[in-house]
Write a protein that binds this ligand. Structure first.
Ligand code: GLN
Length: 550
């Protein structure tokens, strides 16, 4: 029978519940257990995909095309758990399903209520995670205890423990133990209050994970245990990590969290913990032999979370190359800014970089700046990696400046472009019509022999995740090819362009997909890895050139 771990949070938001849940998943996997991970988000949106990156960070995409909260990215980077649509539920989705059932008459005229109908729906989402191949299901509840929106979830997990037996469930509560400078001490009261809130709704946490800036003295730990009614050994300290989020699982392991969970849930078949691969990955990360600077030209560059997976994938590629990757974020609009200072700083940063990355994005803002940056990379031999919109901009740039297609554009930015080299599928002929919706989720890509993309992947056919509406216009493929553009990857039928590159350039590759979603710290994505390696080489040659050695 599968065991369940419920992770809740208290005191303040942004404590890193997603990271903690992912780390718990990882520790259990490293003890030979099979885990599944799930996030229940109390907000009312039905679809996290429509939420602004300004508020919620990146939209993370799964193989099945589900758009999810970025915490699921942590789950995938830390564990091997398979994630699908059922793994990210929102209140909006839960209510939608309840209301649809009510409309169909499923409730046979009964009064439809939060308890039991909404709570039953939540419980069935949790139960849906259980399969014979799963030892432990980890369910993270978004938000903070005490939020109005979260109430049905806490009630549902309380009932769930009654349904499956308390000994099959573990409640883990993440809290903050703040340090008050004026008093010079750690304060446990917020933790006590938040546990009191939980207990008021019938949940007694089994494990408390306390986020703290400073080591929690034994006395304070005793106090937390006593006032929160938690065993002393189950009060786990999680000190802030200055170096990397990838230290979190190790610090939890040092505090014996895995042993505690295994003992409390009676997971007697668990193997001893093996963190050797993870430790050596962190060692490489701590002692890089090189450093490389990547110009990151995008729209939401001021928000770190908006391109979370891309930044993570760059870090992974750094680890694979023994290098520290410094990301220099450039707002693409600044490359075209009328403000002389902004313009100059942006271009100075781009010229100083060892590689250029143009990530995905929507809408026309900043497009011309991205195209200028790509032109610069193409002309100067600066390694370039384009992702989704990055591929589309590279196609437009090449069409305009090399293939002689003046005014070339994407119909997303200019409906009346004389040369719509990027457009929606239904604006093209002879392709399988996908119905005008977004192409989302995993699609196969066939790679052309002899290309850099083929060399990076070391495979003829690969699968990558997508999230876009526009495609390279097939009507222009021949003309672009004749001018030297290489279509290094296509869909199996050849209908859709998946990857492009330039042969007479050190490394100029772009893909229509989002490879950042498949990168892991211990297994960098091959395209990111080779992009960083090319950027290191570019830096080496340039430095040698500056010294007159080239
Ligand atoms: N806006 C482009 C499209 O819809 C690119 C999307 C993206 O980069 N994810 O096709």
């Amino acid at each position: 029978m599968a065991k369940h771990i419920f992770v809740t949070g208290g005191v303040v938001s942004s404590l890193g519940k997603g990271l903690t849940s992912a780390s718990i998943g990882m520790l259990l996997e490293q003890r030979g257990l099979r885990v599944r991970m799930q996030k229940l988000d109390p907000y009312l949106n039905v679809d996290p995909g429509t939420m602004s990156p300004f508020q919620h960070g990146e939209v993370y995409v799964l193989d099945d095309g589900t758009e999810t909260d970025l915490d699921l990215g942590h789950y995938e980077r830390f564990t091997h758990a398979t994630l699908n649509k059922q793994c990210n539920m929102t209140t909006g989705r839960i209510y939608l399903s309840v209301i649809e059932k009510e409309r169909k008459g499923d409730y046979k005229g009964k009064t439809v209520q939060v308890i039991p109908h909404v709570t039953d729906e939540i419980k069935s989402c949790i139960r849906a995670m259980v399969t014979p191949e799963v030892d432990v299901v980890i369910t993270e509840i978004g938000g903070t205890v005490g939020d109005i929106e979260g109430m049905p979830y806490y009630e549902a997990i309380r009932q769930f423990a009654l349904d499956v037996g308390k000994h099959n469930c573990l409640f883990v509560h993440l809290t903050l133990v703040p340090f008050l400078k004026a008093a010079g001490e750690l304060k446990t009261k917020p933790t006590q209050r938040s546990v009191r809130d939980l207990r008021e709704i019938g949940i007694q946490p089994d494990v408390l994970i306390c986020r703290t800036e400073h080591k929690i003295p034994e006395e304070e730990r005793k106090k937390i245990a006593l006032f929160c009614n938690v065993e002393q050994g189950a009060v786990i300290e999680e000190k802030d990590k200055e170096f990397s989020i990838y230290e979190v699982p190790l610090s939890l392991a040092d505090n014996k969290l895995d042993e505690l969970i295994v003992a409390k849930l009676g997971l007697t078949h668990a193997k001893p913990l093996d963190m050797s691969e993870w430790r050596s990955m962190l060692d490489r990360m701590r002692h890089p032999a090189h450093e490389v600077t990547i110009a990151f030209v995008g729209k939401y560059v001021k928000l770190r979370d908006a391109y979370k997976s891309v930044y993570e994938a760059l870090d992974h590629a750094g680890i694979a190359n023994h290098a520290k990757v410094r990301v220099c974020r450039i707002d693409s609009e600044d490359l075209r800014s009328k403000d002389a200072d902004d313009h100059e700083t942006a271009w100075r940063d781009l010229r100083a970089a060892d590689g250029l990355l143009v990530p995905g994005g929507f809408d026309r803002r900043g497009i011309e700046g991205k195209i200028d940056a790509i032109k610069f990379a193409r002309e100067t031999g600066l390694p370039f990696f384009g992702i989704c919109l990055g591929l589309q901009c590279a196609t437009i740039e090449f069409a305009r400046h090399v293939a002689g297609l003046t005014g070339a554009n994407s119909t997303e930015f200019d409906k009346t472009a004389p040369h719509p080299v990027v457009c929606m599928l239904e604006e093209q002929v002879n392709v399988t019509n996908l119905g005008g919706t977004q192409r989302r989720g995993a699609y196969p890509c066939h790679l052309k022999p002899g290309t850099k993309a083929r060399a990076a992947y070391g495979a003829d056919v690969v699968s990558e995740r997508h999230r876009h509406r526009y495609e390279v216009n097939n009507a222009y493929r021949e003309r672009l090819e004749a001018a030297g553009f290489v279509f290094g990857g296509t869909s199996p039928t050849g209908d859709l362009v998946e990857a492009i590159e330039l042969p007479n350039h050190p490394w100029f590759v772009a893909v229509q997909s989002h490879p950042e979603f498949l990168s892991k710290p211990t297994k960098a994505h091959p395209l990111f890895r080779d992009f960083i390696s090319a950027s290191l080489e570019h830096k080496r040659l340039r430095t040698a050139g500056d010294r007159g050695l080239a």
